[in-house]
Design a protein around this ligand. Structure first.
Ligand SMILES: [Fe+2]
Ligand SMILES: [Fe+2]
Length: 402
């Protein structure tokens, strides 16, 4: 059905409902209404009820012929699906000819489900509901939609069905989240300006390792969301340094034991800063990227797989990059020296299984380092190269298998 057709469908239903107080179940009448559309006289007076104006605004006046819309009958069974719905959800659901909640029920928490059911059955909320649905399968990234239920009302306020309209907000949702926390990262960088593109590189190494693990099915908890999340969140591992005093961060010589103690608090501070982040991995990485596999790390001396997988990956990425960097207190390590160091730390500092993976993909780490290494140039130049790399990275990284 075309967009215009849907607008007409709403109109035809309205016409039918307004002129006839007898309840006509939607699932019995959609086909006949579609036929009636052709006969509908375009010049007749357009109904002006609130519902119709609302429907017309949402559906009839839209310039987009591909709106993802479902039509439900009064029992909430899906009786019509636009091609845009099939396209939007093709990787998430395999059938739409079912009760709405059999298809989309798993997207809603209990409280949201109650709120939706109350909304669409209640006069006070206009027999309607708008909320966010989160769609996910093990082989897909999360899709977010703003979802709106609009009722078809008869004169006696009997609901004869609903139009459900989806709007894909995934990109906006993710961009907004990223922009917020990117700002915090930039603030942290101002405090610790020796790090250059270190944070960004740690994100790329971590993503590379997560992709390898996923493609080779090495950890069951790994899915496309994990890869997308670690790529963005690994860069925030040291965000807690925003709370570390400048005289410690910028001290040219060795730190005293007390100063080290304060420095170690950046893991806890990072967890506080990221406490409102909706993805738990953000806190896991900030808190545990200095834990050691043998239990001698900080802040909680976690051991082995008690350390979250995301943090175990970031630990290797972080150390690789820190060793390659030239700092005031250390020389720049070569790739081979760094690989030897990480290899020697398997089972003590690092997860030995991940070190094996690192050894397999070490040349990718070296390539990322070479493409994004810091120079003495101004920071603006670093940002340009980071953007160039983002574009190039699309061709460097093996596509994720679905
Ligand atoms: Fe750190
Ligand atoms: Fe770091």
């Amino acid at each position: 059905m075309t967009m215009q057709g849907l607008g007409m469908l709403g109109k035809a239903m309205q016409k039918r409902n307004m002129g006839n107080n007898t309840h006509v179940p939607l699932n019995d009448s959609v086909n006949s209404i579609e036929k009636e559309l052709e006969e509908l006289n375009e010049t007749e007076e357009i109904p002006t009820s609130k519902e119709f104006v609302f429907l017309k605004n949402i559906i009839g006046n839209s310039n987009n012929p591909n709106l993802p819309i479902l039509v439900l009958d009064s029992d909430l069974t899906i009786i019509h699906t636009t091609p845009a719905v099939i396209r939007l959800f093709s990787q998430y659901y395999d059938s739409f000819s079912k009760p709405f909640f059999n298809v989309f029920g798993k997207c809603l928490e209990q409280a949201e489900l109650r709120e939706l059911l109350t909304g669409i059955k209640s006069h006070d909320s206009g027999f309607s509901w708008t909320g966010t649905l989160k769609h996910k399968t093990p082989s897909t990234t999360t899709l977010y939609t703003t979802t709106t239920f609009i009722p078809f009302l008869e004169e006696d306020e009997k609901v004869s069905g609903y139009v459900v309209y989806f709007s894909d907000i995934t990109r906006d949702h993710n961009n907004q989240l990223r922009a917020t926390f990117q700002g915090i990262m930039e603030a942290a960088k101002l405090k610790d300006n020796e790090t250059g593109l270190h944070n960004e590189r740690v994100g790329y190494y971590s993503k590379k390792m997560a992709e390898y693990l996923y493609n080779n099915k090495l950890y069951s908890q790994l899915d496309p969301d994990f890869i997308e999340n670690i790529a963005a969140l690994a860069a925030l591992h040291d965000v807690g340094k925003i709370g570390t005093p400048d005289y410690i961060l910028q001290k040219p010589g060795k730190l005293s034991e007390l100063e080290w103690e304060i420095m170690r608090e950046h893991t806890i501070n990072g967890t506080f800063i990221l406490s409102s982040h909706p993805v738990p991995m953000a806190k896991e990485i900030a808190l545990s990227h200095h834990e050691w596999w043998n239990g001698s790390g900080y802040p909680f001396m976690l051991e082995g797989t008690m350390i979250p997988l995301s943090a175990r990956i970031v630990t290797i990425a972080d150390v690789y990059d820190a060793l390659r960097m030239k700092r005031t207190y250390k020389k720049e390590f070569s790739h081979d020296e760094t690989v030897a160091h990480i290899s020697a730390g398997a089972g003590t500092q690092f997860d030995p299984a991940l070190v094996k993976v690192f050894l397999t993909i070490q040349h990718d780490f070296n390539e990322i380092w070479n493409l994004l290494r810091d120079s003495d140039d101004i920071e603006e130049d670093m940002r340009d190269r980071s953007m160039e790399f983002s574009a190039k990275e699309e061709t460097l990284i093996t596509p994720v298998q679905e």
